[in-house]
Structures are given as structure tokens and as C-alpha cells.
Design a protein around this ligand. Structure first.
Ligand code: BGC
Length: 749
């Protein structure tokens, strides 16, 4: 392109920008003004999203695919990029679009910032165990602050797929099995990412994903078929998405799975009827990676054109990496298979968000090297992720108060391949972050100087203290070191064992058929226990595990998930009692994988009671109940619930309960309220969470906790998709988990 032409194009761009940024115009007017100047090709370009490629400024990349992307960006045929990161790269990429394309429309830069950009919070499932909405919102804000400082505008988070099946690797990315908790967490995360002002330098677009029912993949196998009824769809799957929409989420991502025979990307019922129709969603929907292409693989389209037609007509506004929109929409509009009005609608949605982000005021507004330098791994972020990491830890068992450990005078052996692992605690889905940047448990424990950490063959001394770390590989069958570990354990007062899954054993494409401790870890645990009963088991994992043997034998177990950058400090503070754990499980832990999917809000069935004969709903070789139920978690202190009172006025129910700290330490408790609609036109779950409050109580202190149930909590969607509150009796339970508590009943007339 010659210099004169570039100059002319720049003038045209400035003219449009001035025109578009006129103070007195609303965003909708600006969008309409811009749209009226766009050719069909330019509109289609906005609906096209590509992943990054090397060598942004050129010489033009030689690899054909990259060259094509490069040319498309310059030609104004790309609306958004994903996987470009860092101010320098993003600035270069943005320049390609803004300075070369006819209208100079800036691109949006997206990334999977799932639990942090560089400074990492716990994985989302872990964070959900905090039941602390403020902390969860803050954690999303930290992620947004660092991402926006690195030039990004959009995260593909939060994932809000309700999931009941721990075999599915992506349970680590969500908020667990409950739609009520999941809805509140979804809204908190959206607020955290987006704030009140999308054009601020510490906010980015959030994305409610995966729409919908991806978490119900049959047999827990990722990408598998989903077939569920309306009742489950409306009452279990959709609520978090609706909550995200109500919290103002600007984008949705559809999902890889088919739902009841229709690939979600081609599902008009989900995207047009429910999301954009019933819910009035005004943002845009992006496909999942290549999911437009996959419509044909599902067997619902016979050609690339056909898949494109289905996806666009169903309401998928942006195509991530299929290349189908950019290649085929034009022909489909010309042949009348797609109305141009649908393209206009999609493009308006996309342009609106670009205006909201402030990209038309300054396409480089997120590209500030100085901000990038100061915000990444900021001290305040480190403090905040340590706080949420502590809050995410769940104490599963503490027989004889083995924990907290005294800070001095004990010989502690630290054993397990994960004990000095600085990578696994970062978990899956942390692609922007740096490897090996977590504080390991060993490092966290070394910060407490008083105790002697026993040494056998482990690493060198630090400040005169010695440590032993058993390097039995998680997944291999190498027994070397086993004998040494046992000998060291024998000589210790307490053995801390850090066992579980490595950081990439959960996440996308990481489904498992077994939920036990992988590799030789169970054998190691039993061998150590045989010589020393004082074992503290620290679990590090991305999903619920089936740990029945440990639950029966090991006196103390803490669920420490994958807690992110500050993992080791958080765990050490819990081990030594500087933090009293208060986390509660967001997913049921099965006794055995054969019980999965297992969840607390199940239905009664017609054969619910234990009978002397075999013909009731049960297993002949295992109990029905989970090992640890949803909402479960202990503290170093104890709580007592009393004086449960319920007052009904019309369709409003006021509930009051008194909770007392009956132990000798201050502690927090998550007070949980569950109801059951006893008889309804569509059967209701045996229990449903409908309220919770996290309270702090000093030793001996009592507090009254109140809840109000309204139609929203009392009602449900019937099979005509109508939200109804039906008269009749309800059971009500308040307690510290979903299985125990005080109960009463009330009636709605
Ligand atoms: C995942 C999405 C993710 C996308 C982009 C897909 O494989 O399912 O959740 O946002 O890739 O990285």
C-alpha cells in the first residue's frame, strides 16, 4: 500500500472516530452510525475471532494459516483475537487492524483468565469452598486488573456449569453442584471482572460459559452427549447463567456438547428464545473453540455452509477459530439462507461492547507498559490471593485435635510428591501465568521456624532446619524412596503427607474413571500409617476424590485443592493454627466412583426407604450417602445451633436461628438453610440450599442469624417453563452442612 493511500485511510479513520465519539451521541446511535457505513464483508469480519499467530509485524508470516489471519486483520475481517498477551504484542496486533483496515475498527483481545492472570487465586472450585462472595469478587477483580494492565479486554470466565460428576475434569473450573450457590458466585465473579465501568483500567468483559449443560456430559467424559429434561435444565443448569445475565455479563459462550439432540452452538432455543428472548440479553455470544465446525461432526450439518447457517440462525454471534463465518456467511446472505438483519444484530452487539470498553476513544487504552509492569504480581494481589486461599481450605477430619500443630518442639516429617511441588498448586487453566511460581507446602512450613522438619535424604538445610520430601512420583510405579519415607515417619511426632493430583490432572479433556489417589500414593499412605498413626493428610486436587480408606483411618484430613500462588503459606497457616479453617465443600465427595454422579439435591424416587428386602433404591455393596456431603467442613472450634423459628406471612418466610461457638477458639461458620417442597406438581429435590450466611464467632459467643425466603426461593420452574410457587407444606433445615441441622416445617397457603 503506498504512503498516500495510508494517509487517506488514516484521515478517514480519524473522521469516523471523531464522528463516533461525539459527546452527545448514545452508544446505540454511534453503533448505528458505524453499521450504516459497513459493507457486508466488514460486518462479517466483526463476527470472526482468531487465535494468535507468530510474527505480528512481519515480514508477513510464511505459514499459510498465519498469513491468512494477518491479511484478514489488515482487511478488517477480524473482530477479536484470543491468546495474544502482553502490551507489546497486543499493541502490534491492534495496530494491524486500526491502521490498515478501511474503518479502523479496533479488535477486542480475549484470554482464558480463569483464576488469575499472573498472580493466581485458588482454582474456581476451591474458591467456591470459601462461600465468601466478597472475597470471590475481589479475586476476579485482581485477575481483571492484571489482565487489563497487560492489554486484555475480555476473559472467557466465569465458567458456571453446574456439575455433579467428579469424573469430569472441568469441575475444577466451576462452582460445584449447587445452582443457588453457583448463581451467587457467578454474579460475584461477573461483578469482579466487569465492575461498574467497562472502560475503567481495572475491568474487562466477563463471559458466562458454557451455554448450556456442558457439565452434564454423560459418564463425566468431556465433550460427551447431554440429554436432560426441562426441569433439570430450568431449575439446575440455567439459574447461574440467568444470575450472570442479571448481573450484567456482556458476553456468553456456547458449548461443545449437544443438548437433547441439538449441538449447543446451533441451538436456537437456548440462544435466541431463552437468552436473547426471555432474558433480554443485549451482549453477544461467542462460539467455543471450533464449535461451529463441530456442528457437522455432531451430525447436524452436511457442509461448512450448512453448519454456518445453523450457527448464525441459532444466534451464535462470533465464530472462534472455525473460519466458517468469514468464509461462508456472505454466500448464505446472498442466497437468502441467512437474513442480513441477523448479521446486523450480531454486529451491533459486538460493536456496542467495543464502545463500552472505550476502544473507539483510544484503541490502545489498555496498552500501557508502565501499568503492566507495576500491576503484575502486585503486593496487594499477593495478599488478597493468600486471603482467599486460606478461606478455600476445608477441614474434613480432625480426630483428637491433631491440628493445629504446635509451633515448636515437635518433629515433623513432610512426605509426598506434592509437598515441594511449586507447579501443581497453580492448577489447570492458568495459561498466562508463570510455571513453578506457587509457594510449596515445604516453603510454607519452613516459614514457621520452631519445629524441626525431619531430614532423611531430602534437600539441603535452610536456616539450620532440615526437611524431608518424599519424591514418590504421583503417577509412576517407582518405589524408590518408599522405605526411607517410612523410616522417617517412624521417627516423627507428626507426619504431614501431601497427596493428590498434579496440576494438570484436572481441567479440560482430563476426565478420569477413577477418583482415588493416583499412582503409588495410596500404598505410601498406608505404609506410613502402619508405622505412625499421627498422620495429617493434606489433599491437593482439582476435583472431589474417593478417599474412603483415608477417611476411616487417617485422623486428620484437610482439603487444600490447588490454591494458587500463595498455596504453601495458606496451608502452613492452617496447619499451625494461625488461621482457623472455615471452608465448606461445594461438591459432595463420593465413597466410591461408582456412586457418581452424586449430589445432595437429588430426588426421593418411589423406593426411598430402607426395606428388609432388596427392592429399594440402593447399592448392595455401598451406602447411598456420600463420604462428605455438600456444605460440609469442620473448624478448630465447634458450633451449636438452637432456637430455630419460622414465621410465615403470605409468600414470605422469616427464619431465625441462634448459633453458638461452643469451643475455645474464635472461628467462622457458614450457616446454611435448606428447604424441601414436600408435594408439588413436578417432584422437588429432597433438599435445596436457599440461603447462607458466613459469620465470625468468638469463643463462647452466640449470634442470631436471620433469613428471608421469598417467592424466588420458594418457587420452581414447572414443565411448562413457568415459574410457580405452589401451596403446601415445606420442610426447612438450618445447619452447618447439607446433611445435619435443626429442622422444622412451614406451610404456604
Ligand atoms: C474451552 C473454552 C475456552 C476456549 C478458548 C475451549 O477449548 O472449552 O472454555 O474458553 O477453549 O481457549
Amino acid at each position: 500500500m503506498n504512503q498516500t493511500l495510508i494517509l487517506v485511510l488514516n484521515c478517514i479513520f480519524l473522521f469516523f472516530i471523531n464522528e463516533l465519539t461525539a459527546q452527545d451521541m448514545s452508544i446505540d446511535q454511534k453503533v448505528d452510525g458505524l453499521l450504516s457505513k459497513m459493507t457486508l464483508e466488514e460486518k462479517i469480519g466483526q463476527m470472526n475471532q482468531y487465535s494468535s499467530f507468530y510474527d505480528v509485524t512481519g515480514p508477513a508470516p510464511s505459514e499459510a494459516n498465519a498469513k491468512k489471519k494477518y491479511d484478514h486483520i489488515k482487511g478488517g475481517l477480524v473482530g477479536s483475537m484470543l491468546n495474544v498477551k502482553g502490551v507489546e504484542e497486543i499493541r502490534k496486533m491492534q495496530k494491524l487492524a486500526v491502521e490498515n483496515s478501511r474503518l479502523g475498527i479496533p479488535m477486542i483481545f480475549a484470554y482464558d483468565i480463569i483464576h488469575g492472570y499472573k498472580t493466581l487465586s485458588p482454582i474456581p472450585l476451591a474458591e467456591s469452598a470459601s462461600w465468601d462472595l466478597e472475597a470471590i469478587e475481589k479475586s476476579a477483580r485482581i485477575a481483571a486488573t492484571e489482565a487489563a494492565a497487560a492489554g486484555l479486554n475480555w476473559t472467557f470466565a466465569p465458567m458456571m456449569d453446574v456439575s455433579r460428576d467428579a469424573r469430569w475434569g472441568r469441575v475444577m473450573e466451576g462452582a460445584g453442584e449447587d445452582p443457588y450457590l453457583g448463581s451467587l458466585i457467578a454474579a460475584a465473579r461477573v461483578r469482579g471482572f466487569q465492575g461498574d465501568d467497562l472502560s475503567a483500567s481495572n475491568t474487562i468483559l466477563a463471559c458466562a460459559k458454557h451455554f448450556a449443560a456442558y457439565g452434564f456430559a454423560e459418564a463425566g467424559r468431556d465433550y460427551n452427549t447431554v440429554d436432560i429434561g426441562l426441569s433439570t435444565l430450568y431449575n439446575i443448569v440455567l439459574p447461574p447463567f440467568k444470575a450472570a445475565q442479571e448481573a450484567g455479563v456482556r458476553t456468553f459462550m456456547n458449548s461443545f456438547n449437544e443438548l437433547n439432540g441439538i449441538p449447543a452452538t446451533a441451538d436456537e432455543f437456548l440462544q435466541r428464545e431463552i437468552l436473547k428472548g426471555e432474558w433480554g440479553f443485549e451482549g453477544f455470544v461467542v462460539s467455543d473453540w471450533g464449535s461451529v465446525k463441530e456442528i457437522a461432526y455432531h451430525g447436524q450439518a452436511e457442509s461448512e455452509e450448512h453448519a454456518t447457517e445453523r450457527a448464525v440462525n441459532a444466534g451464535s454471534d462470533m465464530d472462534m477459530e472455525s473460519y466458517y463465518y468469514v468464509n461462508h456467511i456472505k454466500g448464505l446472505v446472498e442466497s437468502g439462507k441467512i437474513e442480513e438483519a441477523k448479521i446486523d444484530d450480531a454486529v451491533k452487539r459486538i460493536l456496542r461492547t467495543k464502545f463500552e470498553l472505550g476502544l473507539f476513544d483510544d484503541p490502545y487504552k489498555y496498552c500501557d507498559e508502565e501499568r503492566e509492569k507495576t500491576m503484575i504480581y502486585h503486593d496487594d494481589h499477593m495478599k488478597a490471593v493468600l486471603d482467599i486461599a486460606k478461606k478455600s481450605i476445608v477441614l474434613l477430619k480432625n480426630e483428637d485435635n491433631l491440628l493445629p500443630l504446635p509451633k515448636s518442639g515437635k518433629k515433623v516429617a513432610l512426605i509426598g510428591a506434592l509437598a515441594d511441588d511449586k507447579n501443581s498448586p497453580l492448577g489447570s487453566w492458568r495459561i498466562a501465568s508463570d510455571d513453578n511460581t506457587a509457594i510449596s507446602v515445604l516453603e510454607g512450613m519452613k516459614a514457621y521456624k520452631g519445629n524441626e522438619l525431619l531430614h532423611s535424604a531430602g534437600p539441603a538445610l535452610v536456616n539450620g532446619e532440615v526437611s524431608f520430601v518424599m519424591q514418590v512420583n504421583i503417577n509412576k510405579d517407582d518405589r524408590s524412596g518408599m522405605e526411607e519415607a517410612v523410616a522417617t515417619a517412624k521417627d516423627a511426632d507428626v507426619v504431614v503427607m501431601v497427596l493428590g493430583e498434579h496440576g494438570f490432572q484436572s481441567g479440560e479433556g482430563r476426565s478420569r474413571t477413577k477418583l482415588d489417589l493416583p499412582g503409588l500414593q495410596q500404598e505410601l499412605l498406608e505404609a506410613v500409617y502402619a508405622v505412625n498413626k499421627n498422620v495429617v493428610l493434606v489433599l491437593m486436587n482439582g476435583r472431589p476424590l474417593a478417599i474412603s480408606w483415608a477417611a476411616e483411618h487417617i485422623p486428620t484430613i484437610i482439603e487444600a485443592w490447588q490454591l494458587g500462588t500463595q498455596s504453601g503459606h495458606a496451608i502452613a497457616q492452617v496447619l499451625y493454627g494461625d488461621y482457623n479453617p472455615a471452608g465448606k465443600l461445594p461438591m459432595s465427595f463420593p465413597r466410591t466412583v461408582g456412586q457418581v454422579p452424586i449430589y445432595y439435591n437429588n430426588k426421593h424416587t418411589g423406593r426411598r426407604y430402607p426395606e428388609p428386602v432388596v427392592f429399594w433404591s440402593h447399592y448392595i455393596d455401598e451406602e447411598n450417602s456420600p463420604l462428605y456431603p455438600f456444605g460440609y467442613g469442620l473448624s478448630y472450634t465447634t458450633f451449636e445451633y438452637k432456637n430455630l423459628n419460622v414465621k410465615v406471612q403470605g409468600k414470605k418466610v422469616d427464619v431465625e436461628v441462634t448459633v453458638q461457638n461452643t469451643g475455645s477458639l474464635a472461628g467462622e461458620e457458614v450457616v446454611q438453610l435448606y428447604i424441601r417442597d414436600r408435594v408439588a406438581s413436578v417432584t422437588r429435590p429432597v433438599k435445596e440450599l436457599k440461603g447462607f450466611d458466613k459469620i465470625m464467632l468468638q469463643a463462647g459467643e452466640s449470634k442470631k442469624v436471620s433469613f428471608t425466603l421469598t417467592e424466588q426461593e420458594l418457587g420452581f420452574y414447572n414443565n411448562q417453563r413457568k415459574f410457580v410457587v405452589e401451596p403446601g407444606f415445606f420442610d426447612l433445615m438450618v445447619g452447618g452442612n447439607s446433611a445435619d441441622g435443626l429442622s422444622t416445617e412451614f406451610e404456604i397457603e
